[in-house]
Design a binder for this molecule. Structure first.
Ligand code: CAA
Length: 261
C-alpha cells in the first residue's frame, strides 16, 4: 500500500475505509501535503469496488484545527491566487461514496469546513465547531460560508463567521449541523461512525450513490429541477439488478425497527 505521512488509512471492516488525520502536534492542521494525501486516500477508496463507505476522523483532542496557519502566514495575494490555494479541497465533493465525519474535539476553520464537506457528521460530546478565521483577518476559504449558510441558515452562519464564536456539540446538533451527538468515551464516535458506514456498505451501492447524488442536488438546484432530477434517478434504478433482487421481505425487515448503529 501507499505510505502516508500525515494520515493513517485502515480497514476496520471489510467494506469500510477509515482515514485518520495524523498531525497530532499541530492539532491536525490541514497543511497542503496533508490535504493531498487525504484526497488520494479517499479517491482510492472511492475507486475500490470492495469499499462501500468511508469514515474520516482526527484525534480525541482535534478533528482538525483549521488550515495550517504557519503555512499561510507568509503567503501573498499573488501566491495564493496563482497557485489556486485550497482549490483542491473541493475534490472531496466529487466522491461518489458516502463519507462520514467522526468529530471529537476542535473542528475549527478548515476543520469545520472539512466536516461540512462530508455527507454525515457524528459528533462526540467533546466536539467544538467554529469559523475563527475572522480573528486572523480573513474569512473561511474552504467552502464554509456557502455550506454553513445552506445548513444552519443566514443568521447563524453570519454569527459564527463574523464573531468567530465556537459552538458545542449540543448546539451544533440543535442547529442541524450534525446528525447526532454520540455517547461519551474515547473512540466512541469512531465506533459509531464505522457501524453506520458498515450498515450503508451493506446496501445496494448503486442506490447509495444515487441517494447521495440526489440529496446533494438539493443544495444546488431549484426545487423543480431537483424533483425532476430525483424522479429520473429513481426511475433509472429500476434498470438495476439490485432493484430486481431487493425483495419485500427485506423491506419489511428494515421497517421493523430502526437499525442499531
Ligand atoms: N495551524 C497550524 N498549527 C496549529 C493550528 C493551525 N490551524 N492550530 C493549532 N496549531 C498548533 C499550535 O501552533 C501548537 O503548536 P506548537 O506547540 O508548535 O506551538 C499546537 O498546534 C497546539 O496548539 P495550542 O498550543 O494552541 O493548543 P491549545 O489547546 O492551547 O488551543 C486551539 C487549541 C484553540 C484549537 C488553538 O490551537 C487555536 O486557536 N488554533 C487555531 C484555530 C484557527 O484559527 N483555525 C483557523 C485557521 S484559518 C483557516 O482554516 C482558513 C480556512 O478557512 C481554510
Amino acid at each position: 500500500g501507499v505510505q502516508y505521512e500525515n494520515i493513517i488509512v485502515s480497514r476496520p471492516e471489510p467494506n469500510v475505509v477509515l482515514v485518520q488525520l495524523n498531525r497530532p502536534k499541530a492539532l491536525n492542521a490541514l497543511s497542503s501535503p496533508l490535504f493531498k494525501e487525504l484526497n488520494q486516500a479517499l479517491f482510492e477508496a472511492d475507486q475500490d469496488d470492495t469499499v462501500g463507505a468511508m469514515v474520516l476522523t482526527g484525534s480525541e483532542k482535534a478533528f482538525a484545527a483549521g488550515a495550517d496557519i504557519k503555512e499561510m502566514k507568509d503567503k501573498t495575494f499573488a501566491d495564493v491566487y496563482k497557485n489556486k490555494f485550497l482549490e483542491n479541497w473541493g475534490e472531496i465533493a466529487r466522491l461518489r461514496k458516502p463519507v462520514i465525519a467522526a468529530v471529537s474535539g476542535f473542528a475549527l476553520g478548515g476543520g469545520c469546513e472539512l466536516a461540512l464537506m462530508c455527507d454525515i457528521i457524528l459528533a462526540s460530546p467533546t466536539a467544538k465547531f467554529g469559523q475563527p478565521e475572522i480573528n486572523l483577518g480573513v474569512i473561511p476559504g474552504g467552502g464554509g460560508s456557502q455550506r454553513l449558510a445552506g445548513i444552519v441558515g443566514k443568521s447563524r452562519a453570519m454569527e459564527l463567521i463574523l464573531t468567530g464564536r465556537t459552538i458545542s456539540a449540543k448546539e451544533a446538533e440543535n442547529w442541524g449541523m450534525v446528525s447526532r451527538v454520540v455517547g461519551e468515551g474515547e473512540g466512541q464516535v469512531v465506533k459509531d461512525a464505522v457501524a453506520m458506514a458498515t450498515e450503508i456498505a451493506s446496501k445496494s451501492q448503486v442506490a447509495v450513490q444515487a441517494g447521495k447524488e440526489v440529496v446533494n442536488a438539493a443544495y444546488e438546484l431549484t426545487l423543480a429541477e431537483g424533483l425532476r432530477f430525483e424522479r429520473r434517478i429513481f426511475h433509472g434504478l429500476f434498470a438495476t439488478n439490485d432493484q430486481k433482487e431487493g425483495n419485500l421481505c427485506e423491506i419489511f425487515q428494515s421497517q421493523a425497527g430502526v437499525p442499531d448503529f
